[in-house]
Design a protein around this ligand. Structure first.
Ligand SMILES: [Zn+2]
Length: 462
């Protein structure tokens, strides 16, 4: 099966051909750790997690290397430490852990490598040194700047011409720059700022060089896939290409550039003043991570996504139906060797998750209709394995159905519910149907649904 991916560099969908099938390499820009990740930060994590799973399925688990960095030196972190009084290392450690916990709760696998910027400063200094000696960078007032003029292909990824780049709000104009489009590779640090000794004095790296140096160290000078949000195309990824290509004597940096679309919340750009700034951390207090994940995957990754809480509620209900189907098929699942072909084909078509999910629904319908034990067990296994490549349906169905609503800690505990069911069973045994119906209604009023099977009663929260 051939995977096709939309390559931002060429603006077309093309066949994915890895440099080395036994070592398929992907890098995705990770978080700057100074605050909780918001749902927009989670979108690339979940999208590229599906691609990672697809690559592992296609080339074998041991033949894919996925690197996602942690940016733990950045002016945003320094500013946050000054505002809050918390030390930089406390902020970065606490935020990195929160990020990893939140992304795990969204069902994202750990990348194979999670390099921290502060542990790769030597590589950054070496790369900057190469750029200076090759005439692609220059020192000015304690800064080292990349000379955009020295790299003729600059702008190739974003398709911007020079004037548009200079006019771009994010290009910082500074007196020491030879050209306003030049960008910082290294900058001086004050005594109270984090800094490392370098040939240009004590200082710290610019953000862009971090990814170039870390990807070089872990994936080599040329690798297969580089991903991130669309907002990183310019200037971050444009600058990464310039740095890495020039530091490696003109050899190609990345073959496939992939970018996920923008995310809005409740129809608007996320902002704290509008009340639609959703951190993953807060959403997880209200909803199961798997429902948030499914909500993200129901839109194709390149499309803009309007993320709504109603959408999570709908995804939660859909997952309830899936888990009900899995629980009701009371046979042992027979897991097939391969993910269901229509699911794989959909994902191989530029990660078409909405299409893959629609096939999961078809499998669920078939499973619900199946009567033959063998067929049920095969369909159950097929649904579970196909869910797995999307990172869903991996939980114990009973546990999901009993506990999937978060935030109702003040309601009935599992033990309370079991006790009420026991009372109801006794009432039924004594033919006291008035009591048995009352208990059923009381539970229903609390959102607990009972299902009477042969000799047993199971329950789930609505
Ligand atoms: Zn990056």
């Amino acid at each position: 099966m051939t995977i096709q991916l939309f390559n931002t560099l060429k603006r077309v969908k093309e066949d994915f051909v890895p440099i080395d099938e036994r070592r398929v390499r992907m890098y995705v820009c990770g978080p700057t750790v100074y605050d909780y990740a918001h749902i927009g930060n989670a979108r690339p994590v979940v999208v590229f997690d599906v691609l990672y799973r697809l690559l592992r399925e296609t080339y074998g688990e041991d033949h894919v290397i996925y690197a996602r960095n942690i940016t733990d030196v950045d002016d945003k972190i320094i500013n946050r430490a000054m505002e809050s009084g918390e030390s930089i290392s406390d902020i970065t450690k606490r935020t990195e852990q929160a990020f990893l916990d939140d992304m795990s709760a969204l069902g994202a696998m750990h990348p194979d490598v999670q390099p921290r910027a502060t542990e790769h400063i030597a590589g950054m200094i070496t790369m900057i040194g190469k750029l200076v000696s090759a005439g692609h960078a220059y020192e000015a007032e304690g800064h080292v700047l990349f000379s955009v003029e020295s790299y003729r292909e600059y702008g190739g990824l974003s398709g911007r011409n020079r004037d548009e780049m200079v006019a771009g709000a994010r290009v910082e104009v500074a007196p020491y720059k030879r050209d306003p489009a030049d960008f910082v590779l290294w900058k001086p640090s004050e005594d109270d700022q984090p800094g490392w000794e370098s040939p240009w004095g004590r200082g710290r790296p610019g953000w862009h060089i971090e990814c170039s140096a870390m990807s070089e160290q872990h994936l080599g000078p040329t690798f297969d896939i580089h991903g991130g949000g669309q907002d990183l195309i310019f200037p971050h990824h444009e600058n990464e290409i310039a740095q890495s290509t020039c530091a490696h004597g003109g050899s190609k940096y990345v073959n496939y550039w992939m970018h996920n679309g923008y995310l809005m919340a409740e129809g608007e750009k996320m902002s704290k003043s509008l009340g639609n700034f959703y951190t993953v951390h807060d959403l997880l207090d209200e909803f199961p991570g798997e429902a948030i994940r499914l909500t993200l995957l129901k839109t194709h990754y390149r499309q803009p996504l309007d993320f709504r809480k109603d959408g999570i509620r709908e995804a939660k209900k859909e997952l309830d139906e899936f888990y009900l189907a899995l629980r009701n098929a009371d046979v042992k699942a027979e897991i097939p060797d391969q993910v269901s072909a229509p699911v794989l084909e959909a994902l191989a078509d530029d990660i078409n998750t909405p299409k893959a999910i629609s096939h999961l629904f078809e499998l669920k319908t078939k499973l619900n209709a199946a009567t033959d034990g063998r067929e049920k067990s095969q369909l159950k296994g097929e649904l579970m394995l196909s869910g797995d490549i999307l990172g869903v349906l991996g939980q114990d169905a009973d546990a999901w159905l009993r506990g999937s609503i978060k935030g109702d800690a003040e309601g009935l505990s599992d033990g309370d519910i079991d006790a009420l069911i026991e009372q109801r069973n006794q009432a039924r045994a004594g033919k006291d149907f008035a009591t048995s119906d009352r208990i059923r209604d009381e539970l229903a009023a609390q959102g607990v649904i009972l299902e009477d099977g042969a000799g047993t009663t199971t329950w789930r929260r609505q």
